[in-house]
Design a binder for this molecule. Structure first.
Ligand code: NAD
Length: 480
């Protein structure tokens, strides 16, 4: 018997949770429920995180959490509980299977059977944002080697366990050579450890276009957080409906399972909602806790019910459906089909699959030789002439063993040899390198900043330029 934490959430949450639990219990799930309150009531009682401290203790103790959607109240500084949970519990992997059920659920992609594996903790979702000038704000995109290794390895191990043939990686490393470049590099490294699984990389734009047009080309797709967020919704939608997909959020210790849709408040309390998304989340959970026989039984009964044309309003179509049912009746129809298999749709078999993936702990590599070779000083300057700014900055050179080597504006090189046509904001990156024969030091950076201060140049931030084992760890200016 496995104890799991359950939260019924808001809106349609309680109805779809009741239906889901009724189905999995009828199928023989060996689980004991520990219910907690999260969401709207907790938020509106003044807790901006939407969850009480005691509930965290329960989630951490049970380690497995089945969560119905919750309503995040608008405004008022309320934090998304989903994002908080993922980060607090280190749920680094988001797994979302998207399979079409043609001809029973309308889709343009009858052959689609894709699993999106999305990195869940880092990238632009670190939420580190700053306004630096009147005109420019920035968001830091953080990609780490442990983050990449964990998610990519998860994707390959998932593929291995579930008999999937190919893992595809989507990045934009032609532009983001450092961040997406690292993700791609780690993908290639890890892929080489799984010669039995095909691997490929696509630049995200054309990859996404292919996925939307011919999703049957793909099997497992792994990608950084933001791309995964967008593409996993698209994948679920083109498979048939976002209302049919569930997702697993997996960490080293804990895991959370949910539907991908929200709390649909307008549909609440009317016995209308489709419980399938949360049921899919529960099936992922049953596999995770090793109750693969129950997971398989539920999934096959659910496929059979969809095939029987017993549909809730959201997927009901006169051509494909036989009976329009409510949440409870749908659950009862699935229960009546337990033990049955679909006859047209492909039945699932989780034998040999299932159970939580056991990944090796991340091993820190031998540190590279790190050498400070320059500095980018960011300047708030409201003029429009890069030559004039360069002239001001070159005054710094007189008292420092450093020289200005480049100025960019929004990444485009504007000095030396810029184009008049290039539009410039008030946010300039000014790159200093040590003069020949001397080396860059932190003290020299401080000196440059002090000189800039004397010259009344408004410096807003610095980024140190490093080489790692002799390879530049920073981007060149566009056009450099
Ligand atoms: P939503 O997913 O709740 O609804 C979008 C549309 O899909 C609506 O028309 C809705 O009626 C329909 N729909 C969704 N689930 C359905 C189901 N199971 N059966 C039938 N129809 C269904 O998205 P929204 O309206 O943008 O958000 C509503 C609330 O949900 C917001 O407060 C949002 O913050 C929250 N939300 C929560 C989660 C979560 O807890 N994981 C995820 C997304 C949104």
């Amino acid at each position: 018997m496995k104890k799991i934490t359950v939260a019924k959430g808001d809106g349609i949450g309680p109805e779809i949770m009741d239906a889901t639990l009724k189905i999995i219990m009828a199928a023989g799930a060996q689980i004991e429920l520990d219910e907690i309150e999260v969401g709207e009531k907790v938020y509106l009682a003044g807790n901006t995180s939407g969850i009480a401290q005691e509930s965290w203790d329960i989630i951490r103790r049970n380690k497995v959490f089945l969560k119905a959607p919750i309503t995040t109240p608008q405004g008022g500084g309320y934090k998304s509980l989903n994002v908080t949970t993922r980060k607090f519990l280190g749920l680094y992997s988001n797994v979302r299977p998207c399979m079409s059920m043609h001809p029973f659920v309308s889709t343009k992609h009858p052959e689609m059977d894709v699993v999106i594996v999305r990195e869940n903790e880092e990238d632009l979702y670190a939420g580190i944002e700053h306004q630096q000038t009147d005109e420019v704000v920035q968001c830091l995109k953080l990609i780490s080697r442990p983050g990449c290794e964990k998610i990519v390895r998860y994707a390959f191990e998932y593929a291995k366990q579930y008999g999937r043939k190919k893992v595809t990686c989507f990045t934009k490393d032609n532009i983001m050579k450092q961040t997406d470049g690292l993700f791609h590099k780690v993908f290639d490294e890890v892929a080489s450890e799984y010669p039995e699984i095909e691997n490929e990389h696509w630049i995200i734009d054309i990859g996404a276009a292919k996925m939307a047009d011919r999703p049957e080309m793909f099997d497992v797709i792994v990608m950084p957080n933001l791309y995964g967020d967008v593409l996993s919704d698209i994948a679920a939608q083109i498979a048939g409906s976002v209302g049919l997909a569930g997702s697993a959020n997996i960490g080293e210790e804990c895991a959370m399972f949910e539907a991908i849709h929200g709390s649909a408040p307008r549909r609440a309390g009317q016995n209308l909602a489709n419980p399938s998304g949360l049921l899919q989340g529960a099936i992922l959970m049953l596999n995770h806790i090793g109750q693969t026989d129950v997971a398989e039984k539920v999934q096959n009964a659910w496929l059979r019910t969809i095939e029987d044309g017993v549909h809730t309003y959201d997927i009901y179509k006169e051509d494909n459906s036989k009976e329009k049912v409510g949440t409870k009746e749908f659950a009862d129809a699935v229960i009546a089909n337990l033990g049955q298999k679909p006859t047209i749709l492909k039945p699932v078999s989780y034998a040999g699959a299932g159970a939580a993936l056991k990944l090796p702990k991340y091993q820190r590599k031998t540190p590279a030789k790190k050498e400070l070779v320059g500095v980018d000083i960011f300047v708030n300057y409201t003029g429009s002439n890069p030559d004039e700014l360069a002239g001001m900055l070159q005054k710094i050179e007189k008292d420092c063993a450093a020289e200005l080597s480049m100025i960019t504006n929004r990444g485009i090189k504007v000095w030396p040899d810029g184009f008049e046509e290039t539009f410039c904001t008030d946010h300039w990156r000014c790159r200093f390198k040590p003069v020949k024969g001397s080396s860059m030091t932190k003290a020299l950076i401080v000196q440059i900043l002090l000189q800039a201060e004397k010259l009344k140049i408004d410096t807003i931030k610095t980024e140190n330029l490093y080489e790692f084992n002799g390879t530049a760890g920073y981007s060149l200016g566009q056009g450099q």
